[in-house]
Design a protein. Sequence first.
Length: 92
Amino acid sequence: EFRTLRRRFASFVVPVTVLFTGWYFRYVLVAVFAPGSMRTPVAGGVNIGLRFGVLEFVCAFAITVGYNRWARRKLDPLAGRLRQRLDSGRVR
C-alpha cells in the first residue's frame, strides 16, 4: 500500500514539477536573452516581463490549490487506510 501511495504521489508531483520548472526557466531565459521583448508595454506601466512574473505566482497558487484538491481525493483515503492498518498492528 505504501508503494501505491508513493506511486500515486509521484504521478501528480513529477509532471507538475517538470511543467512548472520548464515554465520558470523559459521566463528566465527570455528575460536574459531577449530582454527587449520583456520590456514591451502591454497596458500603461505594465510590460510583458511583469505580467509573466505575476503569472509565476498565479501558477504556484493554482498548483497548490490543485494539489490540495487532488490529494484529498486520491491520496488521503489511501493514506487513511494505511494509517489505520499500521495503528491496529496488522503489519505484514
